[in-house]
Write a protein that binds this ligand. Structure first.
Ligand code: NAD
Length: 539
């Protein structure tokens, strides 16, 4: 641990370099967090697992359908006065949150690592994101929410103002892979726009989300504005059934279910779903400068990252040079467990994740793929540790060619030109993130403009695209619907209202009075006016 916090960890046998086998969430940390869950006496319980060892981590009560109803009624009761709070006070909460999350990072780094098994560096990425996003929305919310003037139907006579109102209560269903980031990324725009929220974090990572909500309260968010319900998919569905807008992050199949329900209820939905993200190494790349960035793009968070790279297209002219640097670098990545920065790659989060990753690699190898690095379940490190894996010669019908692996596995394919790279990068049902590496950033932009994905990084795997929170982030094709971040996030969680004022009516200047003079005369005059407006190219 960086410094003593209320959480404790002690040594164990699996990873001799980071010998930690008994991690514990201390009651004085866990109990007040758990008390925030909306539960009644009849609710069940859930025990999460410590991925570093496979042992039970924490048991907490889960919410029932009635509890979800209660959470929404509390949120609805708190929302009007929060919406009526001056914007500068709402943004001040975010500003304080941006500082507090940095100050209190040790606590949450420990909780995130214990719930997910990720490395401390990946956990820190979550902390940094929270600060970046909270600062952004605190600074830009005024601009995003400002009233907008639009040209009226008749110049001078008509004026139009568009304002934005919060939708009411936003439902947030967040997954386990980035439990802090993916809860906060939806809560911040929802709250700053004057909404209340009901959050259902994944059962494996509920405490991380509770910690974020506790910190928002410390930053000054009034009681009741964010409610947390706990439980699995059925509780997520109960949130979708009641929300005024649903922000869902998860897989494409579940996203389709959520989207159908949102459609039936005619509520807005932001669906952030799966990817099979490609990266192209062009022929003008310096392999030494590119290799570590490419490795991070593939293996950060043990590959359990919606925007991480699973398909690597390398130009034939730099293939040998690139592999000479890249493959040893991947082999040398340090796997580990433990609450410190002493290793690069953490554990997978669950047995289900391990099964999926192993299944994809075994299937590819059975179909003729070659393993250039990894391909090994590292039981010596932890029960769910899996070595970062580089495959080549993966056939088109392999499962890991078409389906998201969501683990530390990348398949290398050789290409002969930019055109071939673009064609292959786009040959997928997904379109979440993509990356182009080149010595010429103008060429990078040109290639990026041909890629069908919500974000495309040039000489960046995902970090800058994800951290540039003023720009929309989301998926094309089966990777999602709607966008998080920036103006788009605020617009998704607010309703526009157009207020149109006719200035001449009380002076007898209106369409009605014009038509009262006779339809033939009125339409003749209107035709002339419209011709003039066309000529003047009025908007
Ligand atoms: P999943 O779809 O199985 O589950 C996601 C969450 O949805 C879970 O917490 C689950 O409890 C809940 N859920 C299940 N059924 C539901 C329903 N009917 N209504 C509401 N909620 C329901 O996904 P997962 O395997 O837990 O997460 C990994 C997936 O998430 C990957 O596909 C990954 O790409 C995706 N993801 C996407 C992004 C993004 O921003 N695009 C970010 C992170 C993860």
């Amino acid at each position: 641990m960086d410094n003593p916090s209320a959480l404790s960890a002690s040594a164990g046998p699996l990873d001799p370099e980071h010998p930690a086998s008994s991690y514990a969430l201390e009651p004085d940390v866990a109990t007040p967090l758990i008390a925030r869950i909306v539960t009644s006496q009849t609710s069940g319980t859930h025990t999460s697992e410590l991925p570093f060892t496979g042992a039970p981590l924490v048991t907490f009560p889960t919410s029932s359908d009635d509890d979800v109803e209660l959470a929404f009624s509390r949120a609805r009761a708190a929302q009007p006065s929060w919406a009526a709070t001056a914007l500068r006070e709402r943004t001040a909460v975010l500003r304080r949150f941006a500082d507090l999350v940095l100050e209190r990072q040790t606590e949450v780094l420990d909780i995130v690592q214990m719930e997910t098994g990720k490395s401390r560096t990946s956990a820190f990425d979550e902390v940094a994101y929270c600060s970046v996003a909270a600062r952004h929305f605190s600074v830009r919310a005024g601009r995003y929410l400002a009233d907008r003037r639009e040209p009226g139907m008749f110049p001078v006579l008509t004026s139009v103002t568009v304002d934005r109102r919060p939708v009411g209560v936003v439902g947030v269903v967040s997954p386990w892979n980035y439990p802090l980031t993916l809860s906060v990324s939806e809560l911040l725009p929802a709250l700053v726009a004057g909404n209340a929220a009901v959050l259902r974090p994944d059962p494996q990572t509920t405490l991380t989300a509770l910690w974020a909500v506790e910190l928002l309260a410390e930053a000054g968010l009034p009681d009741g504005v964010v409610q947390v319900v706990a439980g699995g998919g059925e509780i997520g569905a109960a949130v979708v059934d009641r929300a005024d807008h649903i922000a869902f992050t998860g897989s494409t199949p579940t996203g389709r279910v959520v989207g159908r329900r949102a459609g039936e209820r005619l509520i807005g939905a932001t669906l952030e779903l799966g990817g099979k993200n490609p990266l192209y190494v062009a022929d003008d790349v310096d392999p030494v400068l590119a290799a570590s960035g490419v490795a991070r793009a593939c293996f950060a968070n043990t590959g359990q990252l919606c925007v991480s790279i699973e398909r690597l297209y390398v130009h034939e002219d730099v293939l040998d040079e690139f592999l000479e640097v890249f493959v040893p670098l991947v082999r040398d990545l340090r796997l580990g467990t433990g609450l410190d920065y002493g290793y690069d790659i953490g554990s997978l989060t669950s047995q289900a994740q391990l099964d999926r990753v192993q299944g994809h690699v075994e299937d590819a190898v059975a179909r003729g793929a070659r393993v250039l690095a990894g391909g090994v379940h590292r039981t010596d490190v932890g029960p769910y540790s899996y070595a970062p894996t580089v495959l080549s010669d993966v056939p088109d019908d392999a499962v890991c060619t078409t389906e998201e692996t969501f683990g530390p596995v990348v398949a290398i394919t050789v290409v002969g030109s930019d055109d071939e790279a673009v064609e292959r990068m786009n040959a997928t049902q997904f379109g979440l993130n993509a990356s182009v590496w080149t010595g010429d950033t103008r060429r990078g932009r040109r290639i990026a403009a041909r890629i069908d994905a919500g974000t495309v990084g040039v000489n960046d795997g995902f970090t800058s695209a994800w951290g540039s929170v003023g720009a929309p982030q989301g998926g094309h094709k089966s990777s999602g619907l709607g966008r998080r971040h920036g103006r788009e996030a605020i617009e998704a969680m607010t309703e526009s209202r157009s207020i149109v004022v006719q200035h001449g009516v009380m002076r007898g200047l209106s369409l009605d009075t014009l038509y009262d003079t006779g339809a033939a005369r009125a339409t003749g005059l209107l035709t002339g006016a419209l011709r003039l407006m066309n000529r003047l190219r009025l908007p």
